[in-house]
Design a protein around this ligand. Structure first.
Ligand SMILES: C[S@@+](CC[C@H](N)C(=O)[O-])C[C@H]1O[C@@H](n2cnc3c(N)ncnc32)[C@H](O)[C@@H]1O
Length: 207
């Protein structure tokens, strides 16, 4: 026999147990406790340019502050998370929009119709790097042509995580076959865990 024993589920961020434990212990340094300003600005701009109601997916939604905010603006929201404890927190926060929450795995849930927008915040960086190609392919599968993968990306070169950093060139390599980068700017209201490392980006699906 060789090799190290498998990690317990609570130490493997690919599994719900890892996130359940952190939510139950109240150790959630990624939780914005509100709606990031860049998303507020984006939603305001969409209200001006979009003809219909945007259909948006929030994968790995955690406490889902943004789900409530977007529901209140009339958006067609689906927020999902595979952690029971995360969903319990989200249920407390979304008020009357509980039916927009789903306990499910991003990689395997049965999606109905394509989405206009996938909102990214602290989800890609929560995934072990081996899952990143699957993330890119799944986002492309779920978005309509011209749809947008929009939100916050966490940059850097430190190997340890979560949160797992990505180099700008590696993100480009990950997404370029399906998406083009159409907006990219620094973020000025980051939490300490992400400060000076996150950027607001919009990737438009080709086709
Ligand atoms: C770092 S937290 C971020 C939560 C939220 N996006 C936020 O900004 O507060 C990552 C979340 O992704 C969820 N998650 C990780 N892998 C997932 C998967 N395969 N399917 C659904 N949710 C997942 C975790 O349960 C956790 O709630």
């Amino acid at each position: 026999m060789s090799g190290s024993p498998p990690k317990p589920a609570s130490q493997n961020p690919a599994l719900p147990d890892f996130w359940d434990q952190r939510f139950r212990d109240g150790v959630t340094p990624w939780d914005a406790g509100g709606v990031p300003r860049d998303l507020q600005d984006f939603a305001a701009a969409q209200a001006v340019v979009a003809a219909g109601v945007p259909r948006v997916l929030l994968p790995g939604c955690g406490s889902a502050w943004e789900a409530r905010f977007l529901c209140e603006r009339g958006w067609d929201v689906l927020a999902l998370d595979f952690s029971e404890a995360a969903l319990a927190a989200a249920m407390q926060l979304v008020g009357p929009w509980r039916d927009r929450l789903m306990m499910a795995d991003f990689f395997s849930f049965a999606a109905q119709a394509p989405f206009d927008i996938i909102y990214e915040r602290a989800f890609l960086c929560a995934l072990p790097r081996r899952l990143w190609p699957d993330y890119a392919a799944r986002c492309a599968e779920l978005l309509r042509p011209g749809g947008q993968l929009t939100g916050f990306f966490f940059f850097g070169s430190e190997p340890k995580g979560p949160p797992f950093m990505i180099e700008p060139a590696a993100l480009e390599a990950l997404l370029a076959s399906h998406f083009e980068l159409v907006e990219d700017r620094p973020v000025d209201d980051s939490l300490p865990v992400f400060r000076a490392r996150e950027r607001w980006q919009i990737w438009r699906k080709r086709g």
